[in-house]
Design a protein around this ligand. Structure first.
Ligand code: ATP
Length: 367
C-alpha cells in the first residue's frame, strides 16, 4: 500500500507559554512506495512521533492530507485505517498469555470483520511463527526476555493484517546485542510480509542499516530523503552531513582563497570558479589518507587499533570538535610515529558548506 503525505503540517498550542504555538511538523511532502521500509530519522523533538501519529490517526493534521493508495484517510479514525503500531513501551497485558495478547486485537473486531474462533487461532499462530515465538504461546510476558516481548508486540500488530506498519523507536528498550538482532528480525519480517512500514528512530545507524529509504528531519521540516548510502554520500546541508555516520564527519572552519580550500595554512583542495569566502569543510573519517607529503597537518593524539582498520585520533585548531577522527587501513600503523600526522584527502569524501546558511557548495574540482 502506497502512502502519500501531502503538505502535512501539525501545529500545537505551546504546552507552557499561553497564546504561543509549536510547529511540530511543517509542510511534509513524501510518497512511501508500496512495500518499502522507510526510516524516519532526526534528533529528539524534530517531529518524528507527531508524523507517525498523524499517519495512524492518533493526531489530526492542522493542514495537509494523508492518502493510503488512492484513499484519503485524513479524516478516518485510527481503528478504520488498517494500521499496526508498535511503540517503544510495548505494554503487553501482564495477566494474559502470549497467545491471549496476540489474539486480543482480533477479539474486538465487529461486523463484517468479525472472525470465528478457529480463524483467530490460525491468524495468531501465523503471526507468532513469523516472529518466531510460536513455542512461547502459553507464557506470560514476565516470563519472556525483552526481545521476546518486543516480538509479541510485533505479532500483535501484524495479526490484523495491517495495510501499513508503524514502528516508533521499537528497539529503545533493548540492550545493544538484542537491538542488533531484533532490527534484523524486523527487516526480515517486513520483507516477508511486504507491508509498507515506517520506522522511527533517532539512531542513524539503525535507520541506515534497515531502511530502503530514509527521511532526515530537523525542527519539523524534512531536510533530505533518499537511499541511506545516497544521503550519506551526498548530504544537502551540514546538519545532514553531521547527523549521518559513525564516527561522525570531521568539520573544520575553512576558507576558499584563490581557488584553494584552506584549513588553517593547509591547502587541502583546489576548486574552480568559487569566490573567496569562509566555508565549512567536512571530511568523512574514511576520507583521510596518511601521506607524509599530504597537505593537512594535525597533531597526533592516539591510535586505536580495531583489527582491519585503525582509528587515528588527532587535533587541528580549525576543527569544530577538539579531535579529528580518521579511519585508515591497519597497514598504515608503521607510518604513525612522532607528534604530527599529515593527510591528503579523498576529494569525494570532503564536502563544503556555506558558512552562514550551512547549505552544500557544489564545487567543481580543478584539473
Ligand atoms: P522524540 O524523539 O524525543 O520522541 P520526536 O522527534 O518524536 O521527538 P515529537 O514528539 O513529534 O518529536 O515533537 C515535535 C515537537 O512538538 C516538539 O517540540 C514537542 O515538544 C512538540 N509537541 C509534541 N506533542 C505536543 C503536544 N501534544 N502539545 C504541544 N507540543 C507538542
Amino acid at each position: 500500500m502506497k502512502v502519500t503525505l501531502e503538505k502535512l503540517t501539525k501545529i500545537y498550542p505551546h504546552r507552557v507559554k499561553k497564546g504561543e504555538f509549536v510547529t511540530a511538523v511543517s509542510d511534509f511532502n513524501y510518497e512511501i512506495p508500496d512495500g518499502k521500509l522507510i526510516g524516519l530519522l532526526g534528533p529528539s523533538g524534530c517531529g518524528k512521533s507527531t508524523t507517525l501519529n498523524m499517519i495512524c490517526g492518533l493526531e489530526k493534521p492542522s493542514s495537509g492530507r494523508i492518502l493510503f493508495g488512492d484513499d484519503d484517510v485524513t479524516a478516518v479514525s485510527p481503528e478504520n485505517r488498517g494500521v499496526g503500531m508498535v511503540f517503544q513501551n510495548y505494554a503487553l497485558y501482564p495477566h494474559l498469555t502470549v497467545r491471549q495478547n496476540i489474539l486480543f486485537p482480533l477479539q474486538n473486531l465487529k461486523g463484517k470483520d468479525k472472525l470465528t474462533k478457529e480463524e483467530m487461532e490460525k491468524r495468531a499462530e501465523e503471526a507468532a511463527k513469523l516472529v518466531q515465538i510460536d513455542m512461547l504461546m502459553d507464557r506470560k510476558p514476565n516470563e519472556l526476555s525483552g526481545g521476546q516481548q518486543q516480538r509479541v508486540a510485533i505479532a500483535r500488530s501484524l495479526v490484523k493484517m495491517p495495510r501499513v506498519l508503524l514502528l516508533d523507536e521499537p528497539l529503545s528498550n533493548l540492550d545493544a546485542r538484542l537491538r542488533l538482532q531484533t532490527r534484523e528480525e524486523i527487516r526480515r519480517i517486513q520483507r516477508e510480509t511486504g507491508i509498507t512500514t515506517v520506522f522511527v528512530t533517532h539512531d542513524q545507524e539503525e535507520a541506515m542499516s534497515i531502511s530502503d529509504s530514509i527521511v532526515v528531519m530537523k525542527e519539523g521540516t524534512v531536510q533530505q530523503t533518499g537511499k541511506p548510502q545516497e544521503v550519506y554520500d551526498d548530504p544537502v546541508n551540514l546538519f545532514v552531513a553531521k547527523f549521518l555516520g559513525t564516527p561522525p564527519i570531521n568539520v573544520f572552519e575553512a576558507r576558499i582563497e584563490g581557488g584553494k580550500v584552506m584549513i588553517g595554512d593547509d591547502a587541502v583542495l583546489t576548486v574552480k570558479d568559487e569566490k573567496d569566502r569562509p566555508v565549512w569543510a567536512a571530511i568523512r573519517p574514511e576520507g583521510f589518507i596518511i601521506d607524509e607529503n599530504g597537505p593537512l597537518h594535525c597533531r597526533l593524539n592516539a591510535v586505536e587499533v580495531m583489527g582491519r582498520d585503525i582509528s587515528v585520533v588527532s587535533e587541528n585548531e580549525a576543527a569544530e570538535n577538539p579531535t579529528v577522527r580518521s579511519i585508515v587501513d591497519a597497514d598504515n600503523l608503521k607510518k604513525l610515529s612522532g607528534e604530527t600526522v599529515s593527510f591528503s584527502v579523498k576529494p569525494h569524501k570532503i564536502f563544503l558548506f556555506e558558512k552562514d546558511t550551512e547549505e552544500r557548495i557544489r564545487f567543481e574540482k580543478k584539473g
